[in-house]
Write a protein of this length. Structure first.
Length: 225
């Protein structure tokens, strides 16, 4: 995954590639979803999709969105790896909280080299996950299989462990951190309300939390085995 710095894409191109992957993985990302992710206009996204296709980084089909080519995926994974390693470093060594690291990593990821990224990985002991539980791609751009499921899909009475939190909102992350609902925390599902998606869980310390449907979609868990 090492890339000569002279051939690396621009900041804006890198941000678009990363957003396409975050929205759709190996599938097709819609103009609307990428526009919302980057807080830009749909017209700007459409124009960039055309440019990215000309660069050989995406396959773009009008009305069907854009999907990454193999080259585009390599570039996206390179940035995702760098971003998640930086988040881990900020949390573990610079006193940042988990709700602060994303925006700081967004700024820093374009300012460092692949050499720095790999030395940072070595310094951190080659972590497998970032502070939010997201897997860190290998230097070759590989990701571990996703065996997580959203909390909303858990049955009443199940004992599970929080494995990943798919949230960027700092206020939401701060709230979940205050409640102790972070990756690694064991919880027991007390109630699942099908009518509105509300889930009630009990934490390791006996605390009880009632979570609305938006949170139960963004908290991912694994069987506590």
């Amino acid at each position: 995954m090492n890339t000569n710095s002279q051939t690396q894409p621009s900041v804006s191109v890198g941000d678009y590639l990363k957003s396409v992957w975050e929205v759709a993985g190996t599938g097709a990302a819609s103009t609307k979803d990428v526009a919302e992710r980057l807080s830009v206009s749909a017209a700007s996204v459409s124009n960039m999709f055309v440019r990215l296709q000309e660069m050989g980084l995406v396959r773009h089909e009008r009305y069907h969105g854009a999907s990454l080519t193999e080259r585009g995926k390599r570039e996206a994974m390179r940035l995702v790896r760098r971003h998640r390693l930086i988040e881990t470093f900020l949390l573990e060594h610079l006193g940042y909280s988990w709700d602060e690291v994303h925006e700081e990593a967004e700024r820093l990821e374009h300012a460092v080299s692949d050499t720095f990224t790999e030395r940072l990985a070595e310094y951190l002991g080659h972590p497998a996950h970032d502070p939010h539980g997201d897997p860190i791609p290998t230097p070759e751009g590989m990701l571990e299989p996703d065996r997580n499921k959203p909390l909303r899909d858990v049955e009443e009475g199940e004992e599970v462990r929080v494995s990943r939190v798919d949230q960027r909102d700092e206020a939401v992350l701060a709230y979940l951190g205050e409640q102790g609902l972070v990756p690694g925390t064991a919880i027991r599902v007390l109630e699942v309300r099908g009518v509105d998606g509300v889930v009630t869980v009990e934490g390791e310390d006996g605390s009880v939390h009632t979570l609305g449907e938006p949170l139960t979609r963004s908290i991912f868990v694994r069987a506590d085995s």
